[in-house]
Write a protein that binds this ligand. Structure first.
Ligand SMILES: [Zn+2]
Length: 292
């Protein structure tokens, strides 16, 4: 794992290096922390010419935003991405302007993506890649958080890289909180979680942030948490609550949120992403369902 320390924030975003026959990277992370990733790779004795693949779980700035910049330092690498994400890697302008709208100042902390040359992108929905030593990395579609989120399972330990399909792991508290910005699709997210559970992963390698054990239980708990937030949002939309009222109800009723409320509220990035965007994701989903 490489701590990217994007914008000086620790425990926020990481990349992973799988040391198969050739080093295999999962997540480039944001543009602005590519120098940190490169020095992390050096510390891990990764020769940049040896890297064949950089898999990005999805193209959001914090996961695949830095891919174009990273490739300039990896002469032989190609980027693996879902076909629906591919156009945004090749021409990141729309992604950048919509990210600025959704993320505000956070998009500036992550940095503007540079384009990835088309001939260096491999579009994948399902498939596997040889890691050497008889092991594979399997890609699978796990949409919901984004319409193009991929997860990857490695055959050495059976661990899964879920991108944002399994929430945000807060290692200091050993809990998971939702990552559900609009447009969020609850049914698809729950189906993706069932898919991940059926693969019986031993560990989860969260991009936010770090490796967590008890993978199956965490995925099951995350399903319940999403359902709870959805129920609150449904009620809020029916009864015309403000976004703040929905958020406050979540902070009272979700025992995980009660535990981390002070931390998340005072965190410059999580206060914007978790408490604003992720709540909004549920409210917009509920509005759509209720046809209002
Ligand atoms: Zn993310």
């Amino acid at each position: 794992m490489v701590e990217l320390a994007t914008g000086g924030f620790k425990n926020l975003i990481c990349s992973y290096v799988i040391k198969g026959k050739k080093p295999f990277l999962v997540e480039s992370g944001p543009t602005n922390s590519i120098p940190n990733l490169l020095s992390g790779l050096k510390e891990l004795d990764v020769e940049l010419e040896d890297v064949e693949y950089v898999a990005v779980t999805h193209v959001h700035l914090d996961h695949g935003g830095g891919a174009g910049t990273l490739l300039k330092s990896l002469p032989n690498a190609k980027v693996i991405v879902h076909p629906r994400g591919m156009p945004h890697l090749i021409d990141p302008e729309i992604l950048w302007s919509s990210s600025q709208k959704v993320l505000g100042f956070v998009s500036e902390i992550f940095g503007k993506p540079e384009p990835v040359p088309k001939d260096r992108v491999i579009p994948v929905t399902e498939g596997s890649f040889d890691l050497g030593y008889g092991a594979k990395l399997t890609a699978m579609e796990t949409v919901g958080h984004a319409s193009h989120n991929l997860s990857f399972q490695e055959a050495f330990n059976g661990g899964i890289f879920p991108g944002d399909a399994a929430g945000t792991y807060l290692p200091d508290f050993d809990v998971v909180v939702p990552t559900t910005p609009p447009p969020f699709h609850l049914d698809a997210a729950l189906a993706s979680l069932d898919k991940l559970i059926s693969l019986k992963p031993s560990v989860l390698y969260f991009s936010h942030f770090g490796k967590a054990n008890n993978a199956i239980q965490r995925l099951k708990d995350y399903k319940l948490q999403l359902q709870l937030w959805a129920d609150i949002a449904e009620q809020g939309v029916r009864e015309n609550w403000s976004l703040e009222q929905v958020r406050d109800r979540i902070l009272t009723e979700d025992k995980v949120m009660r535990q981390v409320a002070d931390f998340v509220k005072s965190h410059r990035i999580y206060s914007k992403t978790v408490l604003e965007n992720c709540v909004r994701g549920f409210v917009e989903y509920a509005k759509q369902r209720q046809g209002s």
